[in-house]
Ligand binder design. Sequence first.
Ligand code: GCB
Ligand code: CA
Length: 895
Amino acid sequence: MRSIILLAFFSLYFTFTSHAQERLSSTINSNWLFLKGDTTQAGAAAKWQPVSVPHTWNAQDVLDDEPGYYRGTGWYKKTLYIPADWKEKEVYLYFEGAAQVAEVFINGKPVGKHIGSYTFFSFPISRFLKYNAAGNTPNQLVVKVDNSHNKDIPPLTGDYTFFGGIYRDVYLQALDKVHFDADNHATNGIFIATPKVTGDNAELRIKGAFVNKSNQKKKLLVRHQLLDADGNVFQELKKNFSASPGQKVSFDQELKHIKKARLWSVDDPYLYRVVSTISEAGSSTVLDEVTNPLGFRWFSFDAAKGFFLNGEPLKLIGASRHQDFKEMGNALSDAMHVRDVGLLKAMGGNFLRIAHYPQDPAILQACDRLGILAIIETPMGNHITETEAFAVNAANIQREMVRQNYNHPSLIVWSYMNEVLLRPQHEKGSERQELYFKNVAKLAQQLEDLTRKEDPHRYTLISNNGNFDLYNRTGLTRIPMLVGWNLYLGWYTDTFEDFGAYLDRHHQELPDKPVLVTEYGADADSRLHSFAPVRFDKTVEYTNAFHQAYLKAILERPFVAAGLIWNLAEFSSEHRVESTPHINSKGILTGDRKPKDGYRFYQANLLKDPYIQIGSKEWQLRTGFAASETNLTCTQAVVVFSNQPAVSLKLNGKLVGTASTEQGVVRFHVPFINGLNRIQAYASLDGAEITDQTDIQFDLLSQNLRSNALPFKTLHVSLGDQRMFYDEAAGQVWLPEQAYQPGSWGYVGGKVYTMENTTRHSYGSDKNILGTALDPVYATQRTGIEQFKLDVPAGDYEVTLHFAELVSGIKKEELAYNLGDGKQTAEDFEERVFDVSVNKKRMLSGLSNTGYLYPERAVSSKINVSVKHNEGITIGFKPLKGEAILNGIQVRKIR
Ligand code: GCB
Ligand code: CA
């Protein structure tokens, strides 16, 4: 271990001595020690864990089923060895992010503090350091990080997990005494704008500052070279300055009439680089050098005609993105960030909303390079705190965001405040609440003014939830240059046909305000399917219909500048308590970035190259009932996504049909057979063909449980449910419930459980059912069930009964996605007690919600049944108090 550190140190040292002039910057991500807990634990006896950054202390918290995650203090420490000749340098520590308050100490002395989880920060540390003498001289770097809730630091609340830790890269930097300003909000001191670009003429303006920390007066040359993509000098700007010891010198240099600049666009994201150097006049020795991206493009938003890039109309279609990954929290490598931008590009998207906070620098770098336009926003949503401290923090974060991301040509919009009136504070309709609204608008105006002053070349935006009147009345639709609506009609409210009407209303009532749909989406649990989808069932099929309707409405309206899917990928939201607890499943990719049908749908609509993909490929095992004893097939839909006009489909080599695509979608009715079903989809393009293929296993069942053709094996039924649920790990498909028919199977009596006392629709209960990963089975229920009957042949069977006490809904005043804490008390539900018998034998006695049936917790019971003759299996439910319930049942023939 020690030798590795020494080696690392020596290589760093030699790199340095051989290029004495350059700014040195390298990550110090390895070999940290971490301690979770408060200060008293940070003493000598404490157990420090070796970690490397990026690191979050909440990675484990997101793996369990229990609600909540650690919000508190974590300590990091690391030993630093500083080369002896860095004495002549200015040394900095640079953090790309730490959540949410970080305090840095070196050798026991406080170096600085940073507030805010999502912006970069840096500190000059020379005066705290001990430099290597003969051997290595250790310096102790300690960082205290705290992600506790703090009423003065945005975000206060939100539908995402506020992971804590040093979750991005950390750099150690050594600068010459003469260097570009490194004390301006962790920027590199250079700010590049293209105030005016047209097809053949461009203007460039480079502002910034440098400092002379040496003890001599210096004559210096500042030079900016514009290099084209091949590294050739395209333009150059230079100027001489003289700087006294300690002086900071600002510059503002302009180049007008740049001819023949190659434009940056989404199809041709041509990038120049600006290499800025400082050297002593008359010397070739470079004292400092930094590089920034440059793209020549111009753009505008028009309230009637939408968005224009380089004078051409461009419908902006894309997605929002959170910065976490399945089971990893937010501590990701750069490669994982970059990959997401690539996935958006590969979808055919051209627009990214960096939501709900600034993200890793790799994101905008990738946008620049791949040709994805972007919105970036500060982390303020749902509500504000009406304190001076909150306003100051919000302004600081805003300023940091703008300065740190200023040079990216892909970035076109600064945003702040997401759905800031979602949780209006104070009593509804009270004067105090009106004052609160005024305070929100006042803060918005301050942030707006600040942003426009910082950057007059980009647009500003506030994103609102779908409460038109409130945002309008409080002035929030007038303050920013652009209005964003996050719309979930057909999901949280109304039907998706109402979506277009909402946009038309905006167009009518705010005809001068360009409008962007900054969010739209619906949960899709890839395990759930339905051939008769309904709102809130979280099936793939409902979400497909939702996206079809939304994309159509967006494309039909030229005044709508942009449509942004919520969300590119499923993300962590610890408070979520639905079919995939702790996860918001609106992503069109899974949390580990596998395509869902939503992604395929957009590919089929947006990609120009020939495209064909079979939908729901992840649904590899299907089940269904044979048409009859002699027709051993079961016809189910298979969806194909393609950008070709017509698509054909074969099943096991035989043509099923050819059909025209509509909105990139075709639905085939496929007669599945028992066993392997090879599905091939293809489209022919002049002479050639594009194809896709998938294998689906089909377990063909018979409704006649005594069928000879298809003898009974197993059955898995989710009660109170009309969906199919694929449990991949168990290799099982749960079927929808049905009423009992003689010769077959099903329930007798009772009704489907629906959540009461709620304004929102749910499918069964929308709570997290603890103790299981099969939430959809347990969250749906038949209440008041009398019997469940199966007319199985003689044999030995295993019957598993699944129960969960589902209680009430969320309180009425709770809003859309704030789903409460999942805790219920005894007053929330009525007592129930019931017995369960199997073939008249009492097997479960006095099952009650004051006993075994804890609220929202999975309970199952396995019973062996011997069926002698033709009596089949009858499970009887006898209520003693309240009603009996059943959530799921599985029956397996043993012999
Ligand atoms: C919204 C929020 C976003 C949520 C989303 C949802 O409006 O802006 O943070 O995640 O809705 O899924 O409910
Ligand atoms: Ca169920």
